[in-house]
Design a protein around this ligand. Structure first.
Ligand code: AVI
Length: 322
């Protein structure tokens, strides 16, 4: 059945009634160094800033991955076959899925994101532009268990996880998360995933310290979000963005550094900072092609194909559940 040409899509909200934000910030502030999970970057303003990061000349991952998707969508389509359920956890603006839809001709597209308004707008755009496609938008925290009971049992889902967001998990958690994707995909299902590669440290440094200061604004917006949503009184001017490659751990680390001695109040909890104290806001692990294949194998996937750009900045892997 052909669907009518309307911005028509199905919407499911799987977020808990009372968000986990408060609990996770207070718990993260009891650790040393203090930390806030990176998934909380993506409120409306954070999602907007992230899209702007992706357009910065220093931030090579987005344009490199897009070029790979444009170039190899046909090869991916030949591996996947038509009629799959294309499931995209952390779909953001859904722009990268657009590069696959004509080559894959999936039966349904399932964007999933924690940022509900952003998700709804992106899903409506896809539904309007691809009237032949079933769109099921799921607002969820993808780091928690999510039920996708509307996917028929005979469908072989193909998970799509671009952007190297897998790098934002610590390796053990990455294996656990990939294992969840394997479970949703089921035996014979697939995973198309973008993975940022290890490279010259100067390229990495610049990518997370763009000259226009967009990454710094993205990092600092986290404190603005805590102020807005958790009745906190962070003085944003008293923290600064810090990002550097840690070559021992193989990751770019982002921190917010207190520039002075100060006390911050979050909904009645008081937290003291000395000058130089850090809030660790993100890790972005980089992998060699082989390191990532080992990780994916531990999660139950077998590698089918890997594409990289000529400068070996970024990789796109297609894997099947064993
Ligand atoms: C979403 N994620 C893959 C980005 C990254 O590169 O780790 C988030 C980001 N943080 C700073 N710039 C981009």
């Amino acid at each position: 059945m052909v669907k009518a040409v309307t911005a028509d899509y199905r919407y499911y909200n799987e977020l808990p009634e009372r968000g986990d934000f408060y609990r996770e910030v207070i718990a993260g502030f009891s650790q040393h160094p203090r930390r806030i999970p990176p998934k909380y970057f993506y409120d409306e303003e954070g999602s907007r800033l992230f899209e702007s990061i992706c357009e910065q000349p220093e931030y090579y991952p987005t344009r490199t991955e897009i070029a790979l998707l444009e170039r190899y969508a046909g090869e991916v389509g030949a591996l996947v076959g038509s009629g799959c359920y294309l499931v995209e956890p952390g779909s953001g603006s859904c722009e990268k899925a657009r590069l696959l839809l004509d080559a894959l001709r999936p039966a349904a597209y399932v964007p999933m994101d924690i940022s509900c308004e952003h998700l709804r707008a992106a899903a409506a755009g896809i539904a309007a532009d691809y009237p032949w496609l079933d769109v099921h938008a799921v607002c969820a925290d993808i780091t928690r268990e999510v039920s996708l009971s509307f996917i028929p049992e005979q469908a072989k889902p193909v998970m799509f996880y671009p952007g190297s967001s897998i790098g934002n998990f610590d390796p053990d958690d990455a294996v656990e998360f990939l294992a969840c994707l394997a479970q949703i995909a089921g035996p014979g299902g697939g995973l198309l995933i973008g993975v940022d590669l290890k490279k010259d440290h100067a390229i990495l440094h610049d990518a997370y310290n763009d000259a226009s200061g967009v990454t710094a604004a993205f990092n600092l917006n986290l404190l603005q979000r805590v102020n807005r949503e958790l009745q906190a009184d962070f003085n944003i001017d008293a923290f600064e963005h810090f990002a550097a490659y840690n070559s021992v751990a193989g990751r770019v680390e982002m921190h917010l550094i207190s520039t002075r001695k100060q006390t911050v109040n979050i909904d009645g909890h008081r937290f003291a900072f000395n000058a130089g104290d850090s809030i660790h806001t993100e890790n972005s692990y980089k992998y060699t092609q082989d390191e990532f294949c080992v990780l994916a194998q531990q999660a139950g996937f077998a590698s089918c194909a890997v594409w990289t750009d000529a400068d070996r900045l970024f990789s796109l892997h297609f894997l099947r559940v064993r």
